[in-house]
Design a protein around this ligand. Structure first.
Ligand SMILES: [Mg+2]
Length: 120
């Protein structure tokens, strides 16, 4: 089971994802509502996995991913994407994202992705 930091500006998304991950036995060590907060929490807590929304105020998910990977080249970041974000997905892969989870969340898909990434 993994320790997870969830970064998403949508409270509803965080609530749903938390329920799914906790149901799968994972531990949410913190939540952050923008990329900057997420980056700071990552440095403080060193979670096994970060789930990272892309579109957020203050600092977006691509920038936060870049900073996190700069701070720890082994950091495992799963991007949360919505339809129509193909360019951002390509950019995230270039910057070291491990995997993607698409909204709306599918419980089986989310848990399969998290366990795949945590075993890498
Ligand atoms: Mg968002």
């Amino acid at each position: 089971m993994a320790t997870v930091l969830m970064v998403d500006d949508s409270r509803t998304s965080r609530k749903i994802l938390r329920a799914v991950l906790e149901h799968g036995g994972h531990t949410i060590v913190a939540e952050a509502a923008n990329g900057e907060e997420g980056y700071l929490k990552f440095k403080e807590l060193h979670p096994d996995i970060v789930t990272m929304d892309i579109t957020m105020p203050v600092m977006d998910g691509i920038e936060a991913l870049t900073l996190i990977r700069k701070a720890d080249e082994n950091a495992k970041v799963i991007m949360i994407t919505a339809a129509g974000q193909k360019e951002k997905m390509v950019e995230a892969l270039k910057r070291g994202a491990e995997e993607f989870i698409t909204k709306p969340f599918d419980e089986a898909e989310v848990l399969a992705t998290v366990s795949r990434v945590s075993q890498k």
